[in-house]
Each structure stands twice: as C-alpha cells, then as structure tokens.
Design a protein around this ligand. Structure first.
Ligand code: NAD
Length: 486
C-alpha cells in the first residue's frame, strides 16, 4: 500500500505517533494509501527546518542562482509529467485530458513565470531635496518574509500550491506546505523533485494532516511562521485569520465565490455557450472561478438555455484515463453529499430541474465513486440559498434579465466577489459593465484566460490581497526603505 510521508528538511519521514488517515480515489472509492497525520512535533520540526534553511546555502544564494534552481524544478516536473499526472488524477478523479493540459504544465510554469517577473522588476528609488542642498537618495530594498506557511485546497492541488510556492521561493523565502487531506500526492512528489534539483534541505517542506486540531491549525498557530498564504473556503479563511492575528503575521487569502456570468443578447452565442459550459462544468464544477449564476438577456434566454441543455447532455462521464471522457467525479464522497444536499435543496426551494439533478448510474465498477450529474436549474428566487451559497459542484442556475442596470445589481447581490464573465460583442458595454461588477477578476468573452503577470484575488468575502506577477512581491517580501544622505 502507498504511504504518504511528510517531507521535512529534505527527508521523507513518518509521524512519530504512527497515526494515519486513508486516501481514497473518488473514481471508485478504492484505497490509494495511508497518509501520515502530522502532530505538533512534526509541524514544529518542519517549521524549524524552514527557519534554519533561511540561514543556510539558500539564504546566501544570489537571485540568479535561485532562479536557475527554480527553472530546473519546473523542467523536472515536466520531465516527470506522467507521474504527476497519474498522482493528481488518482487523488482527484479528474480526466487526464484536462489535467495534462492544465494542472501539470501550469503547475510547472508557476516556478518559471514568477522568477522571470521578479527578476525583471525594478527597485524603487527617489532623490529628495534637503535643507543643506546636498539631498538624499531613498532606495527600496526587498528581503524575504521568512518562513511562509502555504495551505492549499484539493480542486487544483499542484497548480494552486505552486502558485504560492513558486513566488515564495523566488523571493527567497522557505515554505511549509499543508496540502489538502484529500490530495496529498503531488505535493509529496514535489519533495522528490526538489531533492533531485539540488534545492537545499529545509527550503520546501510538506506536512500532511487535517485542519482544526491537526496539521493545519498547528502550522498556522506556530510562532516561527512569518506569513500565511491560504486558498480555500471563506469560513476556513476566517479561522486562519484569527490564528494569524496572534503575533501579527501577514496573510494572503484566496477564498470562495458565487460567480456570475452576464450574457447579453448581442453576444456571440456559440462562444457564450462554449465558455459558460466550461466555466460551470470543467473540473466537475470544482473551480473557485467557476460560474454558478448565469444571467441571460431575455431575447436570447430560451435559445441559450436550450443550447446549454444540449451541451450538458453531450458531457461524457468516465474514468480519468478514458480519452473520450471530459467529466470526472467530485473529489470525495463527503463533497458529493454536500453537493447532493444542494441539489435536493434546489427542488425544495422551487427550482425547475432542466437537466441532471441526481446521481448517475455508472455501473457496478464505478458506482461506489463520487459521481454526480451535471445540472442546470431555472426558476429560483434571487434569495434562494442555492443562489446565495457556494456549492462548488457541476451546476448552475440560469435566469433571464431585461436591462443592464438590473443584471449588474443581480451580479453584485452576493457576499462574494471573486470572478465574473461578461458575454457581449459591444466593447463599450463590456468595459462599462466590467467596471461596475464587484469582483477581483472579470473576463470578457472568455473565462480562465490567465496571464501569470496579472493580479489574482477576490473582492468582498472572496479574499484579501492580490497574488500573481509583481503583486506577489507585496506579500512575499518585506519592503525596506534605505534613506542615504548625500
Ligand atoms: P477548505 O477551506 O476546506 O480547506 C483548504 C485547506 O485548509 C485544506 O488544506 C484544509 O486542511 C485546511 N484547513 C481547514 N481548516 C483549517 C484550519 N482551521 N486551520 C488551518 N488549515 C485548515 O477548502 P477546500 O474544500 O479544500 O477547497 C474548496 C474551497 O476553496 C472553495 O470554497 C473554493 O472556492 C475555494 N478556492 C478558492 C480559490 C481562490 O483562488 N479564491 C481557489 C481554489 C479554491
């Protein structure tokens, strides 16, 4: 049986307690292996290793040397892409056809893109006048924050984890990663890659475990952790903020969403349907940026709905390795219970189930897996819980609207503010509406089109701070002003 150990100070180690939890594959609920659960001692060892590594060869490297190492890490992930792919798809059940193009190559790219951005970012300098006429020069100097705790979710495990580890290391920090308990594999495999590439011991550490009263809490409350970057649910973010308040540690929060799509009658209908299908259903709807509320201008409402239903009927559920499959299971049976709860709630709240709504019959071999039908509803009231709460499953509600002002108000009628998609061929309208939608990311005539140099993060209860490109510098470095009197 596979064993997932912690990766601390360059070595794979078991928990002293011997305590493990099961890791199961959501495709058929088969046992993948046992994951060691870190206690306070393992977390302490990982944080201390990370702290010590700041003073070792890593801390003495030039930026160019660090970048060379991180580029090697990216190359090595790509060389071992088949192993990363198999590990990621076993943990999540997602189709190879998707993970091969998104999760693994983008996970590797995160080590290159941020290094390049940071290497090319200028240092701030201001010449100032002084009463003696000689003047002074102010020079901005950035140093690493120190030990960064990285807490990541299960939906895009490698990609979202390296989105933080890449810039953290590029800036000279060391990290302790706590991957989701559902998806321990690729973070562990990355430990092997770090050793193969010669990244010094203690720079990248991984501890496994759960959240409260387990590895997550032990890590976020550890006094030697200098900053915490978190991606996950808003309520977990609140708990981590409370932990970070002690000792006044920096936080970066990428949280939940209830993202709208605004489909205007002057859109290109083919593109709008294709894009909304992806934004609502890719990765079985488990994408933080995904669309769960679709608003369609009334003249094209019926046509749009009919096209979406046809497209959902074409989705092919199947095993990750099935090349024809483009739709996998949810990440776990526990998450399936949550999503199914909302499917039942939608009916109770008066939804019309346009397609889906249940658990599919996948045949004897797969029926124990976390499968669920892709689902479209109509007819819900704007204050229904299904419209207001994040479901994080393959489902959306489609509702007609009549005016631009109305749809902007509807889009903003949520506690969240992560992402939005606008579909229109009228560029003036696109900009006007995009500027009024309360979200950190707005796509016009596209979705999930990402340039790693741009800011990434959410408004309202979807997050605090921005990562991506030079924006990550604010979180991953300490900016010091050096004032030199001439
Ligand atoms: P989650 O909040 O349940 O767990 C995320 C991580 O936090 C896991 O590693 C978990 O073990 C850990 N954790 C849980 N409680 C903790 C605690 N008290 N202290 C420390 N760590 C703790 O989220 P999830 O279910 O893994 O992921 C899905 C959620 O993530 C959704 O809400 C989704 O919208 C959000 N998400 C957001 C983004 C973004 O960029 N904004 C990206 C992906 C996912």
């Amino acid at each position: 049986m596979n064993e997932f150990k912690h990766f601390i100070n360059g070595e794979f180690i078991a928990s002293a307690s011997g305590k493990t939890f099961e890791n199961r594959c959501p495709v058929d609920n088969s046992l993948i292996g046992a994951v060691y659960e870190a206690g306070r001692d393992e977390v302490d060892a990982a944080v201390k290793a990370a702290k010590a590594a700041l003073q070792g060869p890593w801390g003495k490297m030039t930026q160019a040397e660090r970048i060379t190492l991180l580029n090697r890490v990216a190359d090595r992930i790509n060389e071992r892409s088949d192993e990363f792919l198999a590990a990621e798809c076993r943990d999540t059940g997602k189709p190879y056809s998707i993970a091969r193009h998104i999760d693994i190559p983008r996970g590797a790219a995160n080590f290159k893109a941020f290094s390049e951005t940071l290497a090319n970012h200028p240092t701030e300098a201001f010449r100032m006048d002084t009463p003696d006429g000689e003047g002074a020069i102010n020079l901005g100097h950035r140093s690493p924050k120190g030990v960064v705790a990285v807490i990541s979710p299960w939906n895009l495990p490698l990609l979202l984890m390296t989105f933080k580890v890449g810039p953290a290391l590029a800036c000279g920090n060391t990290v302790v990663v706590k991957p989701s308990e559902e998806t321990p594999a690729t973070a562990t495999l990355l430990g092997e890659v770090m050793n193969e590439c010669g990244v010094p011991a203690g720079v990248y550490n991984v501890i496994h475990g759960l959240g409260p009263n387990s590895a997550g809490e032990f890590l976020t409350t550890h006094p030697l952790v200098n900053a915490i970057t978190f991606t996950g649910e808003t309520r977990t973010g609140e708990a981590i903020m409370k932990a970070a308040a002690v000792g006044l540690r920096n936080i970066s929060m990428e949280l939940g969403g209830k993202n709208p799509a605004l489909v205007f009658a002057d859109c290109d209908l083919d593109k709008a349907v294709e894009g909304t299908m992806r934004s609502a259903f890719v990765n079985c709807g488990q994408v933080c940026l995904g669309t769960e509320r679709v608003y369609v201008e009334r003249p094209i409402y019926e046509a749009f709905l009919a096209r979406m239903k046809d497209a959902v009927a074409q989705l092919k559920l199947g095993r990750p390795e099935d090349p024809a499959a483009n739709f996998g299971p949810l990440v776990s049976l526990a998450h399936r219970d949550k999503v199914k709860y909302y499917y039942d709630l939608a009916v109770q709240e008066g939804a019309r189930v346009e397609i889906g709504g249940g658990i599919p019959d996948m045949g004897a071999e797969l029926n124990d897996g976390a499968w669920i039908e892709p689902t479209i509803w109509t007819g819900l009231a704007d204050d229904a819980r299904v419209i207001r709460e994040e479901i994080f499953g393959p489902c959306c509600h489609i509702r007609p609207f009549d005016t631009e002002a109305e749809v902007i108000a509807l889009a903003n009628d949520t506690e969240y503010g992560l992402a939005a998609a606008i579909w229109t061929e009228n560029s003036s309208r696109a900009v006007r509406v995009a500027e009024q939608v309360e979200a950190g990311l707005v796509w016009v005539n596209s979705w999930f089109l990402r340039d790693l140099r741009t800011a990434f993060g959410g408004a309202k209860q979807s997050g605090i701070g921005r990562e991506g490109g030079v924006h990550g510098l604010e979180f991953y470095t300490e900016l010091k002003n050096i004032c030199i009197k001439l």
